[in-house]
Write a new protein. Structure first.
Length: 204
């Protein structure tokens, strides 16, 4: 593996009906006004950074983020289904409080085995990790040079667990704020996480 850098970002804030915690996996929600502002702040940063290719998931919020950040660069943007956020099946869009009340046993079971529990109609984090790591490897093969990947909180955590050699059960020990930056250096056959969940730019 040649020396290169991957800038792994989380999309900005999204349009939600309220402030309650919800299961937002593959529900296709756009960025809200604040999320768009965050994307333009990142654009200002990456206008000064050399990037050879931009990738994102095919969900609207990830595509919007990538398009705004790369608007002033003459480089391709590639949307891949493999980078979609984890599917939470029948729980998509539901609040945590609602699921805990209606399905208390299932809610507890998921918390007890966060890596392997699969919501009906969805996928487990372990299954999602297999998908996302494969997409990441394919991305590195498909593009040369430095890459920006507009991701999601869940898939970013899974990629970082993979790179850091952490068990998936610990994924929520990794913070991924809206519009954060992670910097991954790829050298020979090794990855090094140089920056994790950077969000100082959002105070501008």
């Amino acid at each position: 593996m040649v020396n290169r850098t991957v800038y792994l970002l989380r999309h900005g804030r999204i349009q939600l009906p309220d402030s309650q915690r919800r299961f937002i996996g593959q529900v296709d929600l756009p960025l809200n006004e604040e999320g768009i502002r965050q994307a333009y702040l990142l654009q200002q940063i990456f206008d000064k950074v050399h990037i050879d290719a931009v990738f994102c998931s095919d969900l609207t919020r990830s595509c919007q983020m990538a398009e705004i950040i790369a608007a002033n660069k003459d480089i391709p943007i590639t949307a891949w289904r493999g980078f979609r956020e984890i599917s939470v099946g029948e729980w998509e869009g539901c609040t945590f409080a609602d699921i805990a009340q209606r399905f208390p046993d299932e809610f507890k079971a998921r918390g007890a085995d966060i890596a392997n529990y699969r919501v009906p109609g969805g996928e487990s984090f372990a299954e999602c990790a297999t998908r996302v790591v494969a997409a990441f490897d394919e991305m590195l093969e498909a593009a040369s040079g430095d890459i920006l990947l507009s991701g999601h909180a869940g898939i970013n955590r899974l990629l970082l667990c993979h790179i850091l050699g952490m068990p998936i059960s610990n994924l929520f020990r990794i913070d991924q704020d809206y519009a954060c930056i992670n910097v991954i250096k790829c050298a020979k056959s090794e990855y090094h996480v140089k920056t994790l969940n950077a969000s100082n730019h959002l105070s501008n």
